[in-house]
Design a protein around this ligand. Structure first.
Ligand SMILES: [Zn+2]
Length: 289
């Protein structure tokens, strides 16, 4: 059975448009990009258009709308497989609370939430048998707290205690925090580490800063455990090393966002384990007509 693949389809689209590549792609992990393009052009010239799954066409458009860096880093597997995996992730989304923003909600410097947004189901965190809380009066979304509890319980079994230092932040709190860092470091440096109000994952109630909230967290038992196991419990590192141009923030080894296990798998398999790529992709899929 002939299949479309991500790289072939991307090049086909850019050179030929959607219709020309129908039924002409090949299963292509590892095929050279230049070979793919030439093969696609020749085949497309010879073959008449045939029916194609409209969702595959939509997928191709979404991929072509992604940044060049994202496209270069995406796994070059079959589009049918990518589509099936996407549907698995979206099926899980149906089980999220429907009276709140999705756990996949894209929030970043270009996609703010309203000043008035507060998560619908916040629960207060207190130190317990599973994790330690370093601060008073901190809150998370209920589903994120449950996932934290499960994760921390398993860390504990491995002899590691996870300590939580910062969680939900209101718009007003984030504004004060950002203003503070601007005063301390200046605007340019503050922008690299602190979010402007309305643009922080912390306002969604799904992000946690662990431990010392500095680069040293990477070397602690908690930090090491998180890098190895966090995704097994649906937690994803939001701002990885070397992706400041993608995420807008420098490496933050202490900041994790809860997106669910299925989305973590999707991110690892298709998006080079970059959360920003995956969330942008899902956002583009939802908005694409
Ligand atoms: Zn953070």
């Amino acid at each position: 059975m002939k299949k479309n693949c991500v790289l072939c389809l991307f090049f086909s689209l850019s050179l030929l448009g959607c219709h020309a590549q129908k039924n002409t792609s090949k299963t292509g992990t590892g095929s050279k990009a230049s070979d793919s393009v030439q093969t696609e052009v020749v085949k497309a010239q010879k073959s008449a258009p045939v029916e194609v799954n409209p969702e595959i066409e939509k997928l191709a458009k979404v991929i072509s709308s992604m940044s060049d860096r994202c496209k270069a880093e995406m796994k070059n597997g079959s589009l049918e497989e990518l589509l099936a995996d996407l549907h698995k992730v979206l099926a899980v989304e149906a089980s999220f609370p429907q009276d709140d923003l999705s756990l996949y909600y894209l929030i970043d410097k270009k996609h703010p939430v309203d000043e008035s947004y507060v998560p619908a189901h916040l629960v207060k965190l207190q130190s317990n048998n599973f994790y330690v809380v370093n601060k008073k009066d901190i809150y998370l979304r209920e589903d994120a707290e449950a996932a934290l509890r499960e994760m921390a319980g398993n860390a504990k079994t491995d002899g590691v205690t996870l300590d939580v230092s910062s969680t939900y932040r209101s718009y007003a709190y984030q504004k004060n925090l950002f203003d503070y860092w601007v005063k301390v470091d200046g605007l340019e440096e503050a922008e690299r580490e602190s979010a402007r109000p309305g643009t922080s994952q912390h306002q969604l109630g799904v992000a946690i800063d662990f431990g010392s909230i500095d680069d040293d967290y990477d070397t602690t038992p908690g930090g090491k455990w998180m890098y190895k196991h966090a995704s097994e419990y649906g937690w994803s590192l939001s701002f990885p090393k070397g992706y400041e141009d993608v995420t807008g923030y420098r490496w933050e080894c202490w900041h994790f966002r809860y997106i669910g296990v299925e989305a973590c798998r999707f991110q690892e398999k298709w998006f080079n384990n970059v959360q920003q790529y995956m969330l942008e992709f899902i956002d583009a899929w939802k908005k694409m007509q």
